[in-house]
Write a protein that binds this ligand. Sequence first.
Ligand SMILES: NC(=O)c1ccc[n+]([C@@H]2O[C@H](COP(=O)([O-])OP(=O)(O)OC[C@H]3O[C@@H](n4cnc5c(N)ncnc54)[C@H](O)[C@@H]3O)[C@@H](O)[C@H]2O)c1
Length: 268
Amino acid sequence: MTDALDPFRLDGKVAVLTGAGSGIGKATAELFASVGASLVLGDINEAAVTAAADAITAAGGKAVGVRCDITQKSDNDALVGRAVADHGRLDVMGNIAGVPHNQMITDVTEEELDRMLAINLKGPFFGVQAALGQMLTQETGGSIINVASSGMDFAAPTLAVYAMTKAAVASLGRTAAIEGAHKRIRVNTIAPGATVTAFTEVSVTDEEGNINADALDGKIKMLTGASPMQMVGEANDQANLILYLASDASRFATGQIWRCNGGAPMVW
Ligand SMILES: NC(=O)c1ccc[n+]([C@@H]2O[C@H](COP(=O)([O-])OP(=O)(O)OC[C@H]3O[C@@H](n4cnc5c(N)ncnc54)[C@H](O)[C@@H]3O)[C@@H](O)[C@H]2O)c1
């Protein structure tokens, strides 16, 4: 008898995920492994991504962790190349790695702008380029999921650089969806709202790496209050959406922006 959840399974599918050492990427890796995917996980934090892969393997899943700096085209190519070398194919690419940024426009240096564009824009572009290049050589379709942000949905001081990189990622997804459609390669973008991860801590962490617990608490309360549901998200809220988009459950969905955000942009 078929199970209603069968379309969500990833048995026999090969997935590459960036940013898998922490937060949404790590939660997605664990979820994908639990539904049968073989994983190649990339992150600039080698220790974290190796630990994430080892934990999945210890729990009976299939994963390898690889150091990858998404700002480098060659690193993105190497991640996809590893999937093909180990498993002969690529079915799913999750371009999840990204970093926050909060600075008034007039304070942003050219170096800082270049750093942010390299991580949040060139990174996903190279990831899409590598995945699409591989998937177009296959005759079995594929699914690419890019991560934007609800930061692109509203205007707030200090968000300019972050929001424009994420708006560009959403735009990239629509073009990529058109370029892959004839081979049944789907490309979708998620735009998460406030999701508590290490990402949330960046703006309340000092240069020595100490987190200001009171400031973090205040920030989470502020983010909670911004949602009409009075809640913030967890990494799994985004991972569940990414699984839907990766799996055959969403086989008719492409070129869209998916907003799992507690409704905050409706009332901001
Ligand atoms: N957490 C949120 O509230 C939120 C909201 C909207 C969008 N997002 C987006 O979700 C994605 C994941 O964020 P998260 O919340 O899981 O954050 P996170 O900080 O927990 O994880 C991000 C991961 O990306 C990795 N990374 C950073 N730079 C990299 C690079 N150059 N190459 C490879 N890996 C790199 C980090 O080492 C880290 O493991 C990001 O693209 C972020 O912009 C997050």
